[in-house]
Design a protein around this ligand. Structure first.
Ligand code: ZN
Length: 476
């Protein structure tokens, strides 16, 4: 499958406790760019074929036989079909037999083949750490994030949009095949204002001289404080320089920040427009965290293309988003997250104010047919991260299983594609169709009938493939 590769063998791979020998296939090949041809890009593909024998067949192609396809767009499974994967793409789909000599054949036996899942609101660096230790020892934080990234992939999430945190190194290591993990669309540091959501400084840090030193959080790229359009431009450009696919601003107060009341609109219009101008120059977009109508409206009218949360917005604001084609990235935040904020704290009071808005925001999104993305926003909780699939399944409070699964695959992929030439993975994601990236799950059962299957990926995801590489296979 790969022109000119070398193989390395080792014995450190472990997925869900199944240790097995592994092979790292390093391939060097030319990747076609989106519009203009990219220069020769060197791509390393990691392959972990979990073979009982330990013998690596390094199969050139993979042929799924007798699968029923959920394609990431429609509400029905296909008739029994065959799907051929060549390199990292879906090469052919047919109900007729596909001649694929030398391919690794996988007997589907009527199981469901579906696109890998996409979480549009993830913080890859901030799952297992505690808030206190997150940015102290950044090396340790990154290693924890690497381990979590592998678990994320093993839950069937082959792509995440990271909306805040220094995930560039992690993304690079995954793309180079150093560790297994999802594709990451990084935003880099959350950009905030003094006392905004993401400003975790204490009063002892104030006042800051305009040329004063940056805090630890800012230096490592967790979040960064700006207070003028000029500062916005500099910090936004810094994220793009490091490979951000989009940038994230916090346009209003947030739950977890100590000095950021929910009602406060944090960025001025001039500051928001400065960020949008730079993102336009880079042919991508700005994401804004915003709860209230005021913050959501100001962001949308300033050219922000995706609102995160919007839980406290009113009907008129929902209508505005629909009219302007602005995306709404919603999260069915679990009750467990709210209760995680200790009673009596300012954070708990804010969580109590926000949570009832989740239900309302989903109803408004449906009523006005707003382009809606799905994400989890798991923070600082390995236990909650394990619920990633269950949080997706909880969308059935408002959507059919098919609608929920389309949102977490084909629709989320449309949002990712807004990053234009900044897209590090030019090609189709979130769908099962010829030419798309081979990010695939083979599921025991029919998730369109029983979406709870995605809540238990360990049992029900028999095969997890990302970029044409099988990372889990329990059919052997
Ligand atoms: Zn978030």
């Amino acid at each position: 499958m790969f022109g000119g590769f070398m193989e390395l063998h080792g014995h450190v791979w472990s997925a869900r406790g199944q240790s097995s020998s592994w092979t790292l296939l390093r391939s060097f090949k030319v990747m076609p760019g989106p519009a203009k041809m990219r220069p020769v890009a060197r791509k390393w593909l990691a392959a972990a074929f979990l073979l009982a024998s330990g013998e690596i067949a390094a199969a050139d192609d993979v042929l799924f036989e007798g699968v029923r396809i959920f394609d990431g767009k429609g509400a029905e499974l296909s008739a029994s079909s065959n799907v051929l994967v060549k390199d990292n793409r879906i090469a052919r789909i047919s109900t007729d037999p596909i001649d694929a000599e030398g391919a690794l054949r996988i007997a589907g036996n009527g199981r469901t083949l579906m696109p890998g899942l996409i979480d549009a609101h993830w913080h890859a660096m901030l799952i297992r750490v505690t808030p206190a230790e997150a940015f102290g020892d950044i090396g340790y934080t990154t290693l924890l994030a690497g381990a979590e990234a592998t678990d994320t992939l093993m839950r069937g999430f082959t792509t995440v949009r990271d909306v805040g945190g220094p995930a560039f190194s992690l993304k690079r290591a995954i793309d180079e095949g150093i560790i297994a993990g999802p594709r990451i669309y990084p935003s880099g540091a959350m950009i905030t204002v003094t006392s905004g959501h993401g400003d975790f400084r204490s009063f002892t840090d104030l006042p800051r001289a305009s040329d004063g030193p940056l805090t630890r959080m800012e230096v490592v790229g967790g979040s960064i404080v700006v207070d003028s359009p000029d500062e916005v431009r500099m910090r936004v450009r810094e994220q793009f320089m490091q490979g951000a696919t989009q940038v994230k601003l916090t346009a209003g107060g947030g739950v977890s920040s100590p000095h950021s009341p929910l009602d406060v609109t944090t960025f001025t219009e001039a500051e928001l427009r400065a960020a949008v101008e730079i993102a336009d120059n880079w042919h991508t977009y700005v994401v804004a965290h915003a709860f209230t109508s005021e913050a959501v409206r100001l962001a949308a009218l300033s050219g922000v293309k995706c609102i995160e949360h919007g839980f406290l917005m009113d009907e008129d604001t929902a209508r505005l988003l629909a009219e302007r084609g602005v995306w709404l990235s919603l999260q069915p935040l679990p009750e467990m997250l709210r209760q995680g904020f200790p009673k009596g704290t300012v954070q708990r009071a804010k969580a109590d104010a926000v949570w009832p808005g989740i239900e309302r925001a989903y109803r408004l999104a449906k009523k006005y047919k707003i382009k809606t993305a799905w994400g989890t926003d798991v923070l600082f909780s390995a236990a909650l991260a394990k619920q990633q699939g269950a949080i997706l399944a909880s969308l059935t409070r408002w959507y059919t299983p098919a609608e929920a699964l389309v949102m977490a695959t084909g629709t989320n992929a449309e949002l990712l594609a807004l990053s234009g030439p900044r897209n590090p993975y030019p090609g189709k994601l979130g769908v099962v169709e010829e030419g798309a990236f081979a990010d695939l799950l083979l599921v025991e059962g029919n998730p369109l009938e029983n979406i709870e299957l995605v809540a238990d990926p360990e049992t029900n995801f028999k095969i997890i493939m990302k970029d044409g590489v099988i990372h889990k296979n329990t059919l052997r």
